[in-house]
Design a protein around this ligand. Structure first.
Ligand code: ZN
Length: 568
């Protein structure tokens, strides 16, 4: 029995296997495989419990899973006690999008294209061009990625917002005419022909927010014949959209539940596969509503709507990182000239406070914003002239100053950082763990980062999700909280997103599949990035293969660029 034979080897020989990564049998003849991972616990990505098996790789593919006996390979890795899983697939990545190639997978710098913070968390495929934003034409983006080389594999979407802007120019604050929709359809069709796998929408942002459901339905009809996917950052993630200010925008804003209903409607009317992106119930005034959103999606699935979702495992969003509690209208007219900005902002705010009617509307808008960002105990200061406020919540600061949180927010603006709307860098932890855990438990929710490529030079405002999302799903939600099993955490990061993206040969440890693989140590795997020090790679990810080539080896980045564009 090969396993017994291996156990009979002196441990120093096994150790040599690990350290030198050379097969002891390598000298006896030509190697039959490029790589054999021996003795690992295989979590195959389907949700099944682990099983012991060796995994052989040749030509970038998994060619054998099972007991490999005396088979030889150019390189042998002993994964005893470690887990061997499929590479993670991030279906909501910002590793590349927008008109500029800088900072993303199209960057001229190969160090950036290797996507260090992405592959170091075990991600081997990213789906990019989200929130309605993509380069155009897609053929150009694709050619650049293929010519220059990239760390992880990439799948490209075409951005609805980009297409809308291309057709409507600056005049986007209205529904499109039928003629304009026809021109948008042609652009979407062209992108799909050039290799895009679907369309993304960003309906909380300009210019997507002014589109109608009918416009999105018409464009999504292009997706159906090619099995393309519609992925939406929906119109609202809580009681109202990001841009909403109660005193300015009137009653009846669109809610998360309205937004989920719209995504369902688009799937139902067209038959297209649809994704409600980074599902959450944002705002202390909206907590608990995830149950209703989950219910809506469950009922739609029962009717046959092909709807899915994803989640990044942090209770704070990207936009929460630039929380501004003072509405822009209250400091309108403040000069942004260097040095004088705080004074001017403070002066404008004082004028607003001096007017009884305006001051009342200001205080009620601030109270609304505090709730939307998670409530005073969950809005945290990260940068302020008085460093003793670092890490303090608005509730703690208000208590220290013996004022209510609304007054504390006003005082932070009056006395705060030069040139900073709101007066401080603040982050709201706007989601409740109860909602997050309910969403994480749904079998149709994939893991995602909603993050891009980051380098330490990007500064302290970077969201921790850029570095830690996939290890955190395992460490926090499976191992510590027990919300899901380890197998479910792996499935939600591998075969589930592969199924959502119709990736027929990735997302499982299975013969014939691409050799996108991760070896991790369950005892040590964890996210390390924090909101004070986000630029920290995760621990416990020991080897990451993209198409059979190591991008992480012995826990260290290799800088290799083996990723492919996975086109339709
Ligand atoms: Zn988004």
């Amino acid at each position: 029995m090969p396993r017994a034979a291996r156990l009979a080897l002196p441990s120093c020989v096994l150790l040599a296997c690990v350290l030198l990564s050379v097969s002891p049998a390598g000298a006896q003849g030509p190697a039959s495989y490029d790589l054999i991972i021996r003795n690992g616990r295989v979590l195959d990505g389907t949700g099944n419990p682990w099983f012991p098996a060796d995994v052989a790789v040749r030509g970038g593919r998994i060619v054998r899973v099972g007991a490999l006996g005396d088979a030889t390979a150019t390189r042998v890795i002993d994964a005893r006690g470690k887990y061997v899983a499929p590479g993670f697939i991030d279906i909501h990545s910002h590793a590349d999008d927008g008109s500029s190639p800088r900072g993303g997978l199209r960057d001229a710098d190969p160090r950036i294209r290797s996507a260090p913070n992405v592959v170091s968390q075990g991600i081997t495929t990213v789906v990019v061009n989200h929130d309605g934003r993509s380069p155009l034409p897609i053929a150009e983006q694709r050619a650049l990625l293929e010519r220059h080389g990239i760390g992880p594999n990439a799948m490209l979407l075409v951005g609805h917002g980009t297409v809308r802007g291309r057709v409507m120019g600056q005049d986007v604050r209205r529904p499109a005419t039928p003629e304009e929709v026809a021109r948008m359809r042609a652009l979407v069709r062209q992108a799909l022909q050039e290799g895009a796998v679907g369309m993304s929408a960003g309906l909380e942002y300009a210019p997507g927010r002014w589109s109608t459901t009918d416009e999105l339905v018409e464009l999504s009809r292009e997706l159906v014949p090619v099995q393309g996917i519609y992925i939406s950052h929906e119109r609202s993630e809580g009681s109202d959209p990001l841009w909403y200010v109660p005193s300015q925008d009137g009653p009846g804003p669109v809610t998360l539940l309205d937004a989920v209903r719209e995504t369902i409607e688009i799937g139902e009317r067209t038959g297209a596969r649809v994704v409600a992106s980074h599902l959450k119930a944002k705002g202390a005034n909206y907590w608990g509503s995830s149950a209703a959103a989950v219910h809506l999606i469950e009922r739609a699935r029962e009717r046959g709507v092909d709807i899915w979702s994803d989640q990044y495992p942090y209770p704070t969003s990207g936009t929460d990182g630039s929380t501004v509690l003072i509405p822009a209208w209250a400091t309108a007219g403040a000069s942004a000239s260097a040095g004088g900005a705080t004074l001017a902002r403070a002066e404008a705010l004082r004028r607003t406070l001096a007017d009884t009617g305006r001051a009342r509307r200001l205080r009620s808008d601030i109270a609304h914003e505090i709730a939307r960002r998670g409530g005073a105990p969950n809005v945290v200061v990260y940068d302020y002239p008085d460093r003793s406020l670092y890490g303090q919540s608005l509730a703690q600061i208000a208590a220290r100053w013996a004022v209510d949180p609304v007054e504390a927010a006003i005082r932070i603006q009056l006395e705060g950082l030069p040139d900073r709307p709101g007066g401080a860098r603040m982050r709201g932890f706007s989601m409740s763990e109860l909602d997050m855990e309910l969403i994480a438990r749904q079998p149709w929710v994939a893991t995602s980062t909603d993050g891009g490529i980051a380098l330490p030079s990007d500064g302290p405002a970077t969201h921790a999700r850029f570095y830690g999302s996939f290890p955190r799903k395992i460490r926090h939600y499976a191992m510590e909280r027990g919300v899901i099993s380890l197998e479910a955490a792996i499935r939600s990061s591998t075969s589930l997103p592969a199924q959502i993206m119709r990736l027929g040969d990735r997302g499982q440890v299975r013969e014939g599949f691409a050799a996108d693989l991760v070896i991790f140590d369950l005892a040590t795997i964890r996210d390390k990035a924090t909101f004070f020090e986000p630029h920290q790679h995760s621990e416990g990810i020991e080897l990451v293969l993209v198409n059979g080539v190591p991008v992480v080896d012995g826990g260290a980045l290799t800088g290799a660029l083996p990723g492919k564009v996975l086109a339709r």
